[in-house]
Design a binder for this molecule. Structure first.
Ligand code: NAD
Length: 296
């Protein structure tokens, strides 16, 4: 069997288009654009690239994008004061502090200071709690993007066996909560899980969020399973070149799975698209402008 390829790039473009289509109505009602402010501390090259693409995508969707770049030696107090200022600014709907932060700054303190209603990354403990208890809040962009791809491909997920490999606060845990919310039977596997291949073999849905290149092999996969590969790993491709691969051994797993996301072009493009979606939702909530439940 050869798996259907889940085209995250195309889905993300569609989502970005749907978000952009809804912006003019918001502007007409609220008298201003939805606004996203991204804060970057230091000049980590990968983070700088992410932040630039977030800014460009925000503007392309017709929203207001601000990027604040602070020196690498910024103190925690200064960053917290900036976050408080952004919390109080009514033209800022979404605040995203790019992680990782330099060592002198406690990430948890920063995340906890962001107004939960502007926390478009969905990392604030209040939003994690809302997700865990089935309340409306902001859901981290990458797992929400994975869920959108799965529902688009499989429709109703109820009763399916899902195995999430990885238990980070950013991907694994919220992904498991989302799947539980869809009435899947969810297993969270991690670095201490015994006989991981046997655990994964039970799954109708496999989410790989580990950060280990091509770790998940074909003989771990139940024939026909849907495989979502969150991993982004840069490996040596010979001749002094590198390439990106996921956590799943794509060539062999795609012979067994029913559907699979490629890397690149699968989950990756969904993250920014969902960030735009979350920002638009934040803007509607902050201004009290209604947004149809299934609009985006
Ligand atoms: P993390 O390092 O915080 O978590 C990795 C998880 O994998 C841990 O919970 C750990 O228990 C588990 N793990 C490690 N080794 C394992 C093993 N041998 N067997 C089973 N589990 C093991 O990473 P993260 O932030 O959750 O990211 C995971 C991957 O997803 C990375 O490759 C990252 O680059 C990628 N990622 C992609 C996007 C995107 O597509 N936009 C977003 C976030 C993360």
């Amino acid at each position: 069997m050869s798996a259907a390829i889940i085209d995250g790039k195309a889905f993300a473009e569609g989502l970005r288009g749907r978000v952009a289509d809804l912006v003019p109505d918001f502007v007409a009602t609220a008298g201003r654009q939805p606004g996203l402010t991204v804060v970057l501390v230091g000049e980590d090259p990968a983070s700088s690239v992410y932040v630039r693409s977030k800014g460009k995508a925000t503007e392309a969707a017709g929203m207001k994008s601000d990027t604040i770049i602070l020196p690498a030696d910024t103190s925690e107090d200064d960053l917290l004061n900036l976050v408080r200022k952004l919390n109080a600014d009514a033209t800022v709907d979404g605040i995203l502090v790019q992680l990782p932060l330099p060592r002198q700054i406690n990430e948890n303190a920063v995340i906890a200071t962001i107004d939960p209603n502007k926390d478009v990354d969905g990392f604030h403990p209040v939003n994690a709690g809302r997700l865990a208890t089935g309340l409306h809040g902001f859901v981290p962009c990458t797992p929400l993007g994975c869920l959108m791809l799965l529902k688009d491909r499989l429709g109703d997920l109820s009763g399916k066996d899902a195995v999430v490999i990885g238990r980070s606060n950013i991907v694994g845990k919220p992904m498991a909560q989302l799947l539980l919310g869809e009435s899947c039977t969810v297993t969270i596997a991690h670095s201490k899980t015994k006989d991981l291949p046997a655990v994964v073999r039970r799954a109708d849905i496999v989410i790989a969020a580990v950060g280990r290149p091509e770790m998940i092999k074909a003989d771990w996969i139940k024939p026909g399973a849907a495989v979502i590969d969150v991993g982004i790993n840069r490996i040596d491709a010979g001749e002094r070149k590198t390439k990106l691969v996921g956590d799943v051994a794509f060539d062999e797993v795609s012979q067994v799975a029913g559907a699979i996301t490629p890397v690149p072009g699968g989950v990756g493009p969904m993250t920014i698209a969902v960030l735009l979606r979350n920002t638009l939702v934040a803007a509607h909530r902050n201004e009290g402008v209604p947004l149809a439940k299934d609009a985006i």
